[in-house]
Write a protein that binds this ligand. Structure first.
Ligand code: AMP
Ligand code: MG
Length: 479
């Protein structure tokens, strides 16, 4: 299908007008294409060469408004760093409508009713980061929003320095956030809270639509999806960086990529967000924060769902739903098929050893995926191999209880533990080149992001330990 033939639906607009504001985009000056992703285009039946059509840049820039689109911004609230902000909303995102269940949204399209004191714009660096990382997460099997393309422009925007405005076209099965529920709860608009819940059930939990106990079951499924998502983040070594409740997806997706990072050397306390001075959103805190955020969601849903039942589910989250999800992920990473009681100790000992070993998290698991009893390759990548040695004694003992053959285990692990992840220094390199008008590395990283488990000989260097001078890059929110 060509861009002219796209058929948009605007189901969100069936909700009360308080849920959104009809907002026209403000175009950027002299827009040009930075990248187009044909894999994502497929999801909305869009032709794979649509990036070559001048309408594509115009679509992202808001100067080509296809039939059926009715641009709007969504309203929400949220707890930011633990403090409630009653009115947030899409301050720089404009929704065009949905195709095949994917809601298309341009980020950086200018001021909206919810912009507060900001300019409604997005800079090239953060836009490239969102564009690439959402693709990487998808190919790593992590539920996430996607991105169809990105444009740059000559429009000047003020950040720490003068930047140029960019727009990313994001797509998601849902843009509803925990904070959308909080908005109506705190304004005591319980009818709207109910219609939002009905809307979200229809859209993201349709199997519950005719269930008599659907509201409670909906809450339970949000809890379960969130547990699975956060366990996946922890297993992968992904730090979101801004886990405010307005950045928590009600559909259990990774949304709103900001100052995120992949772990370099394993560090439980790693903080990737420069503005997060106390480490509220450190890597190791993410499971606790997700629990806290679910508690805030439960509070917002309390007018329509029994509080005690929700509290019981939250207790279960902490006691076994999240821990079980995490153990499951880690056992997969270790190539273990059986689930034995002793695995908790094996994993606890492992993360303790990793913390002390000074070893690249991704490289460790990829190297372990080739493990055949020869320990040297693992010692070689750690600054402190003694702790790895001690843990491998436990691992050897545990492996002896498994039935799959060594090649079977290695094969499973090589398809679980990525060779390539997008580390901040790689993204930074692509951004620096982009700032000089060279977008080739955006395409390179898009390719790498789409093949995380493959051997890509020409990009072997990106599978190495992060160069020392580039470890633990910490970015700020303002972008
Ligand atoms: P974030 O931390 O990026 O998820 O953003 C938090 C809130 O600030 C959301 O309501 C955003 O829409 C809004 N926001 C962030 N940057 C801008 C901007 N440049 N202009 C307007 N609103 C923004
Ligand atoms: Mg956000």
């Amino acid at each position: 299908m060509t861009l002219n033939n796209l058929k948009f639906q605007t189901t969100y607009l069936s909700l009360d007008s308080e849920f959104y504001d009809m907002t026209d985009p403000t175009p950027l000056d002299d827009p040009y294409l930075i990248s187009f992703n044909p894999k994502v285009a497929k999801l909305i039946d869009l032709d794979g060469d649509s990036g070559d059509d001048p309408h594509f840049v115009a679509l992202l820039n808001g100067t080509f408004i296809p039939e059926g689109t009715r641009p709007f911004s969504m309203c929400y609230a949220g707890h930011q760093f633990g403090h409630y902000v009653p009115r947030l909303g899409d301050g720089r995102a404009i929704n065009l409508g949905s195709i095949n269940g994917w809601h298309l949204q341009t980020k950086g399209s200018g001021e909206t009713r919810y912009s507060r004191t900001s300019d409604g714009r997005a800079a090239v660096p953060s836009s490239i980061r969102e564009y690439l990382m959402s693709e990487a997460m998808h190919h790593l099997g992590i539920p996430t929003t996607r991105a169809l393309g990105i444009i740059g422009s000559q429009t000047k925007i003020l950040r720490n320095q003068i930047e140029r405005g960019a727009i990313v076209m994001r797509m998601s099965p849902s843009w509803v956030r925990f904070g959308t529920f909080e908005y109506f709860y705190y304004f005591k608009e319980y009818d709207k809270l109910k219609s939002l819940t009905d809307y979200v059930i229809t859209e993201s939990y349709p199997h519950l639509q005719n269930d008599e106990d659907r509201y409670f079951k909906f809450f339970c499924e949000v809890v379960e999806r969130t547990a699975k998502l956060i366990a996946q983040w922890q297993g992968l070594g992904f730090c979101h960086g801004v886990m405010n409740t307005d950045n928590m997806s009600i559909a259990g997706l990774t949304i709103d990529y900001g100052p995120y990072a992949m772990l370099d050397d394993y560090d439980y306390g790693f903080v990737c967000n420069k503005t997060d001075r106390i480490g509220r959103y450190s890597y190791g805190e993410q499971p606790n924060v997700s629990y806290w955020n679910l508690t805030m969601l439960a509070k917002a849903l309390s007018p329509i769902i029994d509080k005690e039942k929700m509290q019981k589910k939250l207790d279960d989250y902490g006691n076994f739903i999240y821990p079980d999800a995490y153990i499951d992920i880690m056992c997969q990473k270790l190539g273990l098929v059986l689930r034995l009681d002793e695995d908790v100790e094996l994993i606890t000992e492992l993360v303790g050893a990793l913390q002390d070993a000074y070893v690249d998290y991704t490289l460790f698991f990829r190297t372990l995926s080739h493990y055949d009893g020869e320990r040297m390759p693992l010692y070689d990548i750690a600054m402190n191999p003694v702790v790895i040695h001690n843990w491998l004694d436990l691992y050897d003992a545990r492996l002896s209880k498994e039935t799959p053959t060594q090649p079977e285990r290695q094969n499973a692990m090589l398809n679980t533990n990525p060779k390539y992840v997008l580390k901040n220094y790689m993204l930074q390199e692509a951004i620096t080149l982009a700032e000089h008008g060279n977008y080739s590395m955006v395409e390179t990283l898009l390719h790498i992001a789409s093949h995380p488990y493959d051997e890509l000989p020409e990009f072997e260097h990106f599978a190495n330990e992060t160069p020392e001078e580039h470890k633990n890059i910490c970015l700020s929110c303002s972008s």
